[in-house]
Design a protein around this ligand. Structure first.
Ligand code: F0G
Length: 427
């Protein structure tokens, strides 16, 4: 049986004790019973479930439920099952074997759905009715959808005017209560943490249950991005897995999944994680760069990749462990590198939102400076869908983003409605 353990004081809790954080305020980990799990032929179990049309096996999260936790009723939108695209053109250009794992293909268009189904399922099982998150947009869209599916109250707290249009429209359309604050994500997160402190495990119906990635069950769900990649590669670990990093929940989940898969013998070696931040929102990069000497939150993070515009990431300790355990690296990329990488992924016919493009921007840097070596197998995670942030895309192609050179701009052409004018455009 899985247990919860505090990463700060080590105190243990049962899963059924309805804890989101420890009494001391520390974050919790779900501890997997590795020795018990080793007795199962997990690869066979997971492979046999592929192709199922029914829940839970049809979900790319719950398919791996032995490595998550036990539960009865799940709240699911058949999430996961996202594609792993080989990228031949970029592979040739960069001299590596490159794949993109497109998490924007989840039901609400981002990887958040994987952690939402697991954390919401636990909160629901605990008897909670009210669910809250702070968000730069995608978590709010996901929470809103899953709360509606489960007939539960979804409440999202977002920075006023600072989240991408597609995400705001989802939260409203799915019917969540949308609360805007005058302050950035970090301020919203602080408020949610205070609400979390008031959570009473003894009377869950009167409390609000926190669905940010401080919640350990979010991390468990997001581990399945790694399990699914490994299964898609026939359980051969890639050399590198590269992802954008904001609040650092996903980086933490990736480290935990890789360590567990390795301990369980599902893979023979650990892929290295590269976590990529935007230059203007880079507290984790600075922490890595100063040899883990000192973590300092940033006051006014700024980046066009609004999903990761975060100055005080909650999971920095868990994420540090992920980097250390996988011999990983943390890097920073400029606004121009992000938008150029996005335009490249978009023009390849795959597409993603700005934050996701940090993956390719990071791969380019690491391949250039030889950290990623020739012919290594690399998986870049695309965390969100192209349609999440139409403003960023349109303004890029119009050449209207300050400081961005729009080198790959594709502008609409105005023509007269005649065959002659049409033919002139394809000469
Ligand atoms: N990419 C996208 C598209 C995101 O929405 C986020 C986080 C990240 C990357 C970074 O992941 O926080 O686990 O390091 N979005 C959160 C939100 C903060 O509220 O939607 P992380």
């Amino acid at each position: 049986m899985q247990k919860l353990s505090c990463i700060a004081c080590g105190k243990k809790f049962e899963i059924g004790e309805n804890r989101v954080v420890c009494e001391c305020g520390g974050l919790l980990d779900v501890i997997q019973p590795i020795e018990e799990l080793k007795k199962l032929d997990l690869k066979k179990v997971f492979d046999e479930r592929l192709g199922s049309c029914e829940l839970p096996n049809a979900s790319g999260v719950w398919r791996y439920r032995e490595l998550l936790f036990d539960t009865k009723k799940i709240i699911s939108r058949y999430e996961g099952n996202t594609r792993l695209y080989p990228s031949e053109k970029l592979s040739a250009e960069l001299g590596v074997e490159l794949f993109f794992k497109h998490e924007g293909e989840n039901p609400t268009g981002s990887f958040k759905d994987r952690g939402m189904t697991t954390a919401l399922t636990i909160g629901y099982a605990a008897g909670c009715q009210n669910f809250v998150c702070a968000s730069t947009g995608n978590t709010s869209a996901s929470l809103a959808s899953y709360c509606s599916v489960g007939s539960l109250n979804g409440i999202v707290i977002i920075p006023n005017g600072k989240i991408a249009l597609g995400k705001l429209s989802q939260a409203l359309a799915f019917g969540a209560k949308v609360l805007q604050i005058d302050g950035n994500f970090d301020v919203a997160m602080e408020l949610v943490n205070k609400l979390g402190e008031k959570f009473d495990p003894e009377s869950p119906t009167d409390s609000v249950y926190v669905l940010n990635s401080v919640n350990p069950f979010r991390i468990e769900g997001q581990k399945t991005i790694i399990f699914e990649i490994l299964q898609q590669l026939n359980w051969n670990a890639p050399d590198w897995i590269i992802l954008p990093a904001g609040n650092l929940g996903n980086t933490s989940a990736f480290g935990k999944a890789i360590s567990e898969a390795f301990k369980l013998g599902l893979i023979e070696r650990k892929p290295r994680i590269a976590a990529v931040q935007a230059v203007g929102a880079n507290p984790f990069f600075k922490y890595f760069d100063n040899g883990w000497e000192k973590f300092e939150a940033m006051k006014n993070p700024e980046t066009i990749a609004t999903a990761i515009k975060i100055g005080n990431p909650q999971s920095f300790l868990r994420a540090r462990r992920a980097i250390e355990e996988t011999n990983g690296v943390v890097l920073e990329v400029s606004e121009n590198e992000i938008m150029d990488a996005k335009a490249t992924i978009d023009a390849a016919g795959i597409g993603c939102e700005p934050a996701s493009a940090c993956s390719l921007a990071g791969i380019r840097q690491l391949a250039k400076n030889g950290v990623i070596q020739k012919n290594e197998r690399v998986v870049g995670i695309l965390t969100g869908h192209l349609l999440k942030d139409p403003d960023a895309t349109i303004n890029y192609h119009a050449g209207e983003l300050a400081g961005i050179d729009s080198a790959r701009a594709n502008q609409p052409q105005q023509i007269e409605a005649s065959v002659k004018a049409f033919l002139a455009t394809i000469k």
